[in-house]
Design a protein around this ligand. Structure first.
Ligand code: KG4
Ligand code: ZN
Length: 343
């Protein structure tokens, strides 16, 4: 089954064509992130305007290798959550092309897309095995899932305040590094010492799988304000801040593995899963008993349409009646709706 998918929830305009949820024929991504370097974050109206400019050229580019509409079996689109203006550009386009070309249309939860991203480019003998603990960490969300299939599972931990990517982005503003903060802090941290400064571990005394990042951001602000050495050692501060975020992310996974001993794999997805140090730490902490996976390329970590096409394929396979149901575009689509049957 060949799905053409559109993802336009934030500042990326992406259209992909994917076969059977795994074989990526094309995955075109236009990003307007550069326009937001000065502001340190996305300006919603501007992002929506960029979506309008990009969507048709990106659609045209997605038809690679002579593929035509005759080769497409279904259209999928991110229905939420995200920035309403940006989402609408994608959903309106998807409705129009599905209707004109007479294809079924699937509305997909953005997070279900990230959860599916570890299936992209996997061969049949390398397919992920449930039960899986997935950490989904990006600019808008940070959650821990226990999943027994693509559509069944439960949300076992979530951030109580900022998302991990948001902590990177806000930290970068404090450090005077460009947006998006994750890559720029990662680059600066490569030249720094992660043990140079000690930052407090969030929710240390609580028996929970939840996350919290706002305290780390405040600790960074005070460090830069109060420690005269810090301003001249930005690489050391960046490395210490990155290490604290990553340790908090991974420490919860380790705890979850203790609670769910049947788990066969740990997946880390979303923009923050592009972080090299996080990848190393996760491998170390999870040990050899479970398979640790990340999306196969960085382009599958940050927002992309290939993951939406993959989610659509598995959704229609497991829950065909729900997959074709009509849907609304919802900026604040609840997180709990990403997985359909909560244990
Ligand atoms: O998944 P994504 O593209 O968009 C959302 O759904 O939010 O994630 C974007 C987030 C940004 O906050 C960015 O700073 C972070 O992912 N990010 C990273 C890295 N690359 C992107 N964080 C840490 N290390 C990276 N290499
Ligand atoms: Zn995302």
């Amino acid at each position: 089954m060949r799905v053409l998918a559109i993802e336009s929830s934030c500042d990326e305009t992406s259209i992909a064509i994917v076969e059977d949820g795994t074989v990526v024929r094309s995955n075109i991504i236009a990003t307007s992130a550069a326009a937001f370097q000065a502001s340190g974050g996305v300006i919603p109206e501007e992002a929506a305007r960029k979506q309008v400019e990009s969507i048709l050229p990106v659609l045209k580019q997605a038809f690679v290798d002579g593929l035509t509409w005759n080769d497409i079996d279904a259209v999928a689109v991110t229905k939420g959550p995200g920035l309403l203006g940006s989402l609408l550009v994608g959903t309106v386009t998807a409705r129009a092309i599905a209707s004109v070309h007479g294809k079924p249309l699937f509305g997909i939860h953005h997070t279900l897309g990230h959860l599916s991203s570890t299936w992209l480019d996997t061969a049949a003998d390398d397919a992920p095995q449930f039960p899986i603990i997935t950490l989904s960490a990006s600019g808008g969300h940070t959650e821990l899932w226990y999943r027994v299939s693509h559509t069944q599972g439960s949300l076992i931990g979530r951030t109580r305040d900022d998302a991990a990517g948001e902590a990177y982005d806000k930290g970068a503003v404090l450090l005077g590094l460009p947006y998006p903060g994750g890559p720029s802090i990662g680059k600066s941290a490569m030249e720094g010492n992660p043990n140079a400064y000690e930052l407090p571990m969030p929710l240390k005394k609580e028996d929970t799988l939840d996350y919290s990042f706002s305290g780390l951001k405040t600790a960074l602000r005070y460090l830069l304000r109060d420690d005269p050495s810090a301003k001249d050692r930005i690489n050391d501060v960046a490395a210490s801040f990155q290490a604290a975020i990553n340790l908090h992310l991974v420490e919860r996974i380790k705890k979850a593995l203790g609670k769910y001993p049947d788990v066969r794999e740990v997946h880390i997805v979303g923009g923050v899963s592009a972080n090299t140090e996080l990848r190393k730490l996760a491998q170390e902490v999870c040990g050899n008993g479970v398979t640790v996976r990340f999306p196969k390329t960085i382009r599958y970590c940050t927002d992309n349409a290939a993951m939406i096409a993959s989610a659509a394929y598995f959704l229609q396979k497991e829950l065909p009646d729900i997959a074709v149901k009509s849907f609304e575009t919802e900026a604040s689509l609840p997180l709990t709706e990403a997985v359909h049957t909560m244990a």
